[in-house]
Design a protein around this ligand. Structure first.
Ligand SMILES: Cc1cc2nc3c(=O)[nH]c(=O)nc-3n(C[C@H](O)[C@H](O)[C@H](O)COP(=O)(O)OP(=O)(O)OC[C@H]3O[C@@H](n4cnc5c(N)ncnc54)[C@H](O)[C@@H]3O)c2cc1C
Length: 296
């Protein structure tokens, strides 16, 4: 939204109570996102919690007054014509609950892998249901990609089919002006909490051969299991023309199929200098992980 509103010509201040923006990725990549926002004129205040939004007094500039507190307690005040509150997603499941459906994590409707709610002939899919995660089990992960897959399963089974939702890896990507940030699978602390023995490293590679004009650096975070060598997660940040979304999808496919990090280097990925390298960026990230973790 900071990107969209800035592009629309509005002056944007982004207030974030956590120490970094985009806390769904590691701080190393969050710092890139922060820099990208500020380089396009967005004022970014991290560690700043909004306390109150009130109508501004006449002449204060802007219709609304936003009062916040910085981490050190210092008062922060901004005036604005529009305040966009981004407070997360909560499933509204009262209708299903009243009908007798069982609720699971975060109050989402409990469903089996066939998207059955347990109520006769009632299937559910999307933001209102718990999501099976391939590495974590039951989670709440409201994403459009997930909703489509679950809806297909629910629809097919409602017509007498026998399809199962294979599970999410939380794969996601976001555009920030000229750049993109993406992740799939688990970050280090998530893997630890799930009982894995993770090693996470940072790596960088070019999106295509640097001697060919227009190449971009890609920053990566690679998480794998120290014991088994299995790929658990990958995060990428780079220019929007650096195929960040499709590169995270390579990692998503690899995690889906239980590949090791070392195994990434065996994938027969395409190459021509204007578009790639003999070792793709995700393979270079994998090789950096293998060297650090003593695998492969
Ligand atoms: C700003 C924004 C950006 C997003 N970007 C992405 C993205 O880039 N990638 C991604 O994967 N996901 C994204 N998502 C998430 C994605 O949009 C949702 O996960 C997805 O739309 C969920 O699908 P759904 O069918 O469960 O719910 P919805 O798409 O919300 O559809 C539910 C529908 O049910 C209707 N409805 C609700 N109650 C009733 C009722 N009582 N009677 C009749 N109809 C009712 C609603 O009006 C709505 O049309 C984004 C979400 C938002 C809000």
């Amino acid at each position: 939204m900071a990107d969209a509103l800035t592009t629309r010509g509005l002056a944007v201040t982004q207030l974030e109570q956590l120490p970094q923006v985009l806390p769904t990725v590691d701080p190393e990549l969050g710092a890139h996102v922060h820099a990208q926002l500020t380089s396009h004129g967005v004022e970014v205040l991290t560690g700043t919690a909004v306390r109150q939004i009130s109508r501004a007094a006449p002449g204060e500039g802007g219709r609304l007054r936003v009062e916040a507190a910085a981490a050190d307690g210092a008062a922060v005040t901004r005036h604005a014509d529009l305040v966009l509150v981004v407070a997360g997603v909560r499933p509204d499941t009262s209708l299903a609950a009243d009908a007798g459906a069982t609720l699971g994590i975060r109050g989402a409707i409990a469903v089996d892998r066939g998207m059955r709610t347990g109520l006769p002939d009632v299937y559910a899919a999307g933001d209102c249901v718990v999501t099976h995660h391939r590495l974590l089990g039951e989670t709440y992960l409201p994403l459009g990609t997930t909703a489509h897959k679950q809806g297909r399963v629910a629809g097919e089974n409602a017509l007498g089919g026998d399809r199962e939702f294979a599970g999410s890896l939380g794969t996601q990507v976001v555009k920030i002006f000229d750049h993109a940030a993406a992740r799939t699978g688990l970050r280090d602390h998530e893997a630890t909490a799930a009982g894995y023995d993770p090693v996470t490293i940072g790596a960088e590679a070019d999106d295509h051969k640097a001697y060919y004009p227009g190449s971009h650096r890609i920053a990566m975070r690679v998480t794998g299991d120290r014991t088994t060598g299995r790929l658990l997660g990958m995060q990428l940040y780079g220019h929007r023309h650096a195929e960040i979304a499709k590169r995270v999808d390579i990692a998503a496919a690899a995690i889906y199929h239980g590949m090791t990090v070392d195994g990434l280097s065996d994938l027969d990925l395409s190459y021509t200098p204007p578009l790639g390298s003999p070792w793709d960026a995700v393979q270079i990230g994998g090789q950096a992980w293998s060297a650090a973790a003593g695998h492969g």
